[in-house]
Design a protein around this ligand. Sequence first.
Ligand code: MN
Length: 367
Amino acid sequence: MTMDRRDFLTASSALGAAAAATTGARAQPRRRTSWRRIAVEEAFWTPAVAEAQRALGLSSSRSLDFKTTRGTCDPRTPLYRGLTDFDERLRVMDRDGVAMHLLSLTTPGVQMFDPETGTAMAHISNDHLADVIARHPTRFAGLGCIAPQSPKEAVKEMERSIRQLNLSGFIINSHTDGEFLDAPKYWPILEAAEGLDRPIYLHPRSPPDSMLEPFDDYGFHNARWGFQAEISTHIMRMHAGKVFDRFPKLTIVIGHMGEGLFGNLWRIDHMSDAGRKRRTDPRSPDLTLSEVLKRNFYITTSGVEHAPLMRFVMDQFGVDRMMWAIDYPYEDSARATAFMNQVDIPDAHKAQLFHLNAERIFRLPTV
Ligand code: MN
C-alpha cells in the first residue's frame, strides 16, 4: 500500500495521539486551519482600458504582448469575466475562505499606450479601482497603476493614488516599450515611491521586441518562460544600474516565488564580486544582489505551489519578507489556498505569509 504525504501525516498524528493517550500526556493540538487570508497579486481589468488595449492590438502587429492579451481583452472569454466580475470574485473568495484581494491592473497595464493615452487610462483605472474598494472596503485593497512612459504625470498619479484614493502602493507591469527602470528618466517614479513610502509591485510582461524572437517560435513568451526571463533581467538591470544605491529605501515586491532568481543568486553574487576584484567593472553597485534582495525586496508565492522552493526561499530570504498570493484569475484560487493550508511550515510562519506581512507591508486594515 502506498501512502501519500497527507495520509502519512494523518496516520502519524493518530499514532502520536494514541501514544500520548497511553502515557497520559496531552495530545498535540491540531494544526490551525482558520486564517485571515490576504492574497496580494490579484489581477483585474478596467473595461475601458481592456477595450482600448484590444483596439490597439487589432491595429498593430508589433508586440507579443498582444498575443498574451488577446484573450484577456476579449469580453467573451472566461478570463475577461474573471478579471472584471467582482461579484463572481467575491463568491470564489468566500468559497475558499479568502478575506481580501490586493488588486492590480493586469499585465501589460497601461504601458503600451502612447504617453497621453496611458496617463488618461491610468487615471480612469485607478478611479475604477477606488470605486470597487469603496463598495467592499473589507474585501479589496489595491495598487495604483501608472504610465511610466510619462514619468512626470506618473508621479502625479502616484501621489493621487495614495493621498486621494487611499491605495496601498503601485503596480508596474515591468518594461515600458523595451526600457527598464534602471533608465534615469524613470527615476522620478522611484524617488516618488520612496518618498511616499509605498512598495512598487513589479509584475512581469512578455519580453520586449528587442529580445523576443527566441521566445516566439516555441510560444514560451508567456508565463512558461518569457515572463521570468524578462523580469529577472529587469531586476538585474536595476541592480547593475545602481538603482538601490541611489534609492536605499525603495521597496519592490516580486511574485512567483522570486521569479527564478534564487537558483542563480550565489553565482550572480560570485561573478559580480569577481568582476569587482579584477576591476573589470568599475561601476559595480555597492551591495550584492543578495544584499539588495534582503534589504529592498519582498517576495510572493503567486502561481508557484512548490513546497521545497518555498522552504528554500524562506531559509535564504527570511519569512518576514514573504507573502501569499494566488494570481487570480490566471491561477486556481482553490488550489492556491489548499497549497498554503497544507504546506508543512510552522503556524507562526503561515500567519505571516497569509496576512501579517501583507498588513504591515501594504498597510492594510487589520480588522
Ligand atoms: Mn500575476
